[in-house]
Each structure stands twice: as structure tokens, then as C-alpha cells.
Design a protein around this ligand. Structure first.
Ligand SMILES: Nc1ncnc2c1ncn2[C@@H]1O[C@H](COP(=O)(O)OP(=O)(O)OP(=O)(O)O)[C@@H](O)[C@H]1O
Length: 339
């Protein structure tokens, strides 16, 4: 399979549910979507926007309300055919399972070996690679029901990797992982796409990680259209602000993260660049300042210049006061504000 060739394509797809003969639409305005070999796609969107519904529909776990999902050039695949094309990792735990982790991962080979099949050398090699990639060698003899949520998530990933399908779909795979494991997982998925030429689609709320690893973003809006594109294009087009817009949350296009602290009424000028300026800006924003350029602050506000003195940063106030830490700077500014 060549890099970039489509593994999955949708046509006129509408997702949703049926209840008592009635259609409950979740995503009605989907453009043609394609998952390509060698590419990692991150599916983003607010709670309830339809990410899981779309993943489950693409993976054949629930029927579309209308339209088709073509996989490997065919649609309406049987379950065994589908299992050789798509592996899916859901967020649900394996309820009450008394299996060993080793056996659960080996079950990933069922589309190739059959439920009772003897494992061939190829099967064993795929299982070995999956165990190593998901970093679960130390868990192999544990019972599945004794695992923590994060451990369980890694084991389910290993099972899907053992299935070794051209398409891998994951619903919120980082949900229970600690920060280093989240970064490791995203890096692993990026590598799998590149090195194994897999088409990978994952849903996530980790916007910052998604912006770093995704070749393409699909951004769902509640009851709205799906925007797709290279992440940086979507940021520059302002699509993220629109999708997650709430009165108390703003997406900062210049840093690619959501702001916890709204812009404050007090303007302050900051002259300087690099890492010291970055962390100074963060501290000032937390204190309720809107940080502007030196020129913009000239008429109204205070100006702080960052200088260096004997290899250490110094924050210089307009009146010439020289402060040697961010703590001192904040104390001085707040004291001035109150007096
Ligand atoms: N079985 C169901 N029957 C009817 N509606 C459902 C069903 N399952 C989910 N929904 C609804 O479909 C919509 C989309 O749900 P979905 O779980 O796909 O969203 P999501 O983007 O994955 O959300 P989250 O980020 O919270 O996980 C929601 O309004 C949800 O309440």
C-alpha cells in the first residue's frame, strides 16, 4: 500500500441513532472523509459533538443513518473481512475479565488465526511487536481485571496492534494515561503511521498534543459541520476558537493553547523575547494583566524590560527599579496597584 493511498472513504455519510423507527441525527453535514495510509488523523470536538459516534460508524460497530463507508475499495464488508482491515480501541474496560493479559493480547490475532487457531510464527511475532510497542511486558501474567485504568488502556492498545490491520482507530486513547505516557503514546502512533504505513484515526481532547502530531485534524462542532485540514491551517483560519467558543474560555492562536485566565483590564508592556519573556507573560496573565507590546503600552500602562545581568535575568521597571525574580515583579506590581 503506497503512502497516501486511501484505506477508507466515506460518501454522503450521516451518523446517528435510531429509536422506535425515528432517526436521531448526530452528524448530518459530513464532507467526504478519507483515512490514508501513513497518516495520523486526530478527531477533535467538544463533549457530545459526535466523535465516538463517528468512530463507531466508521469501524462498522453501528450502522450509518445514511451514506456509505468504503474500506479497501469495498463497502458492506462482513465482520471477518472488517476485522482484517480495522482494529478499534474503545475507552470501555474489559468488564470482569478473568483472562491473563498475555491471552487477551493474543486474542488480537483472531481475524488471522480464528478463535481456536494455533498461533503461527507470524502471529507470535506480531504479538511480540505489539507487547513491546505498548510497553506492557511487565503486565503479561496479570489478570485483566486487576489492571489500573491506564494499564488496561495500554493492554487494549497492544491487543489492537497485535491485530495488525491497515487501519487503527482509537477512542480517547490517552484518557487515563499520565503525561509522559500520553506523549509516548502519541509519538508511538505517529511512528506507526510513518514506519508501518498505517492509517490511524483517534479521537482526543488533547488539543496541544493533537496539534503537534496530527497530519490532519477533523474538528467536529456540536450540531455543526466537520472541518478538516492540516492543524496549522485550521488554527490560522480561526476554526478552533469557533468550535470551542464559550464566554469564559478562549483559544490563544499565538500559543496554540486554551487560556485559563481571561484578558485583564490592566494593560502592561513587555519588552523582551525568548523563554524569560514567555514565562513572565504567563505570570502576568495569571495576575489579570493583558500583556501588550512596548509600543502599545507607551501611552497607558507600565512597561517592563527584560535584561541580563551576570548571566541572570533582571526585570527593569520604567522608574529604573531592578527586580531579580518574577515573584518580586508580581509583588511590586500588585503593591503599586493597591496603593
Ligand atoms: N445510544 C444512543 N442513543 C441516542 N443518542 C446517543 C446514543 N449514544 C450517544 N448519543 C448522543 O449522541 C451525541 C454524540 O455522542 P458521542 O458520544 O458520539 O459524543 P462525543 O463527541 O464522543 O462526546 P465526548 O467527548 O463527551 O466523549 C450526544 O448527544 C449523545 O448524547
Amino acid at each position: 500500500m503506497n503512502t497516501g493511498s486511501p484505506l477508507l472513504v466515506t460518501r454522503n455519510l450521516q451518523t446517528g441513532y435510531r429509536s422506535g423507527g425515528r432517526k436521531i441525527s448526530v452528524s448530518a453535514e459530513l464532507p467526504e472523509l478519507s483515512v490514508r495510509a501513513g497518516r495520523l488523523i486526530c478527531l477533535l470536538g467538544p463533549n457530545g459533538s459526535g466523535k465516538s459516534t463517528l468512530l463507531r460508524t466508521l469501524a462498522g460497530l453501528q450502522p450509518a443513518l445514511s451514506g456509505i463507508v468504503e474500506i479497501g475499495g469495498k463497502w458492506g464488508l462482513s465482520s471477518p473481512e472488517l476485522a482484517r482491515q480495522v482494529s478499534l480501541v474503545l475507552t470501555d474496560r474489559v468488564g470482569g475479565s478473568n483472562l491473563d493479559v498475555r491471552d487477551l493480547v493474543a486474542l488480537g490475532r483472531y481475524p488471522w488465526s480464528g478463535w481456536l487457531g494455533v498461533l503461527t510464527a507470524t502471529d507470535k511475532a506480531a504479538i511480540g511487536r505489539a507487547i513491546e510497542a505498548a510497553d506492557i511486558a511487565s503486565l503479561l501474567d496479570r489478570k485483566v481485571h486487576t489492571l489500573s485504568d491506564g494499564e488496561s488502556q495500554k493492554v487494549m492498545l497492544a491487543r489492537a496492534l497485535a491485530q495488525d490491520t491497515p487501519i487503527l482507530m482509537l477512542d480517547e486513547p490517552t484518557a487515563h494515561l499520565d503525561l509522559p505516557s500520553r506523549i509516548r503514546l502519541m509519538r508511538l502512533l505517529h511512528q506507526l503511521a510513518r514506519e508501518m504505513n498505517k492509517g490511524i484515526l483517534l479521537s482526543t481532547h488533547e488539543l496541544d498534543l493533537a496539534l503537534q502530531v496530527a497530519d490532519e485534524v477533523w474538528l467536529l462542532q456540536s450540531a455543526g459541520p466537520l472541518h478538516k485540514g492540516v492543524p496549522e491551517d485550521l488554527v490560522l483560519e480561526g476554526v478552533f476558537e469557533a468550535a470551542f467558543a464559550k464566554e469564559d474560555v478562549t483559544f490563544d492562536r499565538t500559543t496554540g493553547v486554551f487560556r485559563i485566565h481571561p484578558e485583564g483590564a490592566r494593560a502592561i508592556g513587555l519588552a523582551g523575547s525568548g523563554i524569560i519573556a514567555f514565562w513572565t507573560r504567563r505570570a502576568l496573565q495569571r495576575e489579570g494583566f493583558t500583556v501588550v507590546t512596548e509600543e502599545a503600552a507607551a501611552s497607558a500602562g507600565v512597561i517592563i524590560k527584560i535584561e541580563e545581568q551576570q548571566g541572570a535575568p533582571v526585570w527593569v521597571m520604567q522608574a529604573g527599579e531592578r527586580l531579580t525574580s518574577i515573584a518580586q515583579l508580581l509583588e511590586t506590581l500588585n503593591h503599586r496597584h493597591l496603593s
